[in-house]
Design a protein around this ligand. Structure first.
Ligand code: C5P
Length: 241
């Protein structure tokens, strides 16, 4: 992957998405296509982004019975995306089925997309966990137990808040990928996110990839915001080396 910063292309209008990408000229990006863009523009958008040379994370967070997830993943593997995900709470059989589907849908000579499991959404708070989801115990324990389940089921990593990365790495090993949304630059609004973190802190906690949406897409100058993110990420790397 060319970049550790994944830009969330959360646009439903194609002209807005194109205008946003045009700001980066010919820079090769790591972009995320989520429900908002994919449900409007589908496989054609993914194909276009791949043709432009970007790495693509297809963030559809599959969560269904194992057979359905297996067949869906078989088809999605054919799009040539680099990273894809499921909800880890779909359970071990579902996650194993996702990997089987991806393997069977990947053409020979191609690399199967990396597959990660969403642990607890970064919009979920400790209070929601207990009151609404009826999960006893705290956020970190829930995230780590889902991360362990994902690793045992053959997934390549998880999505979590950066705040949980040290515990995930300790439980699942350093090579188990951590992809962390809920990233905010200083002074940005958290919005619907709960477990937020700065890029610098995410890096110092050991996050492998950060996912950034509104801090860049909603900035007055998105390119300048992206460059700040990149330098925060790089500088904290230098400090931590
Ligand atoms: O705008 P913001 O930076 O909050 O966007 C975060 C992006 O990451 C959104 O596209 C959201 O769907 C995604 N995401 C997340 N939390 C997860 C998984 C994905 O916020 N656990």
């Amino acid at each position: 992957m060319e970049s550790s910063i994944i830009l969330a292309l959360d646009f439903s209008r194609k002209d807005e998405l194109d205008d946003f990408l045009a700001l980066f000229e010919r820079e090769k990006l790591f972009v995320k296509v989520g429900m908002e863009a994919y449900y409007q523009h589908g496989p054609k958008l993914v194909d276009e982004l791949k043709q432009q040379g970007h790495d693509v994370f297809l963030d559809l967070k599959l969560h269904d019975i194992p057979n359905t997830v297996q067949k869906a993943m078989k088809g999605l593997a054919g799009l040539g995306v680099d990273l894809i995900n499921v909800h880890a709470s779909g359970g071990s059989r579902m996650m194993k089925a996702a990997i089987e589907g991806l393997e069977s849908g990947t053409s020979s000579g191609q690399k199967r997309p990396l597959c990660i499991g969403v642990t607890q959404l970064t919009s979920t708070s400790e209070e929601m966990l207990r009151k609404e989801l009826q999960i006893t115990g705290n956020m970190k324990n829930s995230v780590v137990s889902l991360a362990n389940l994902a690793r045992e089921s053959g997934l390549d990593g998880v999505v979590s808040s950066a705040l949980e990365v040290p515990m995930i790495k300790e439980a699942c090993g350093d090579r188990f990928l951590t992809v962390t949304p809920g990233i905010r630059l200083e002074g940005d609004m958290a919005g619907d996110q709960n477990r937020v973190c700065s890029p610098k802190k995410a890096r110092s906690l050991g996050s492998d990839f950060i996912v950034v949406g509104r801090s860049v897409t909603g900035a007055k100058n998105p390119l300048a915001a992206y460059n700040i993110l990149k330098s925060e990420w790089r500088n904290s790397y230098e400090i931590n080396r």
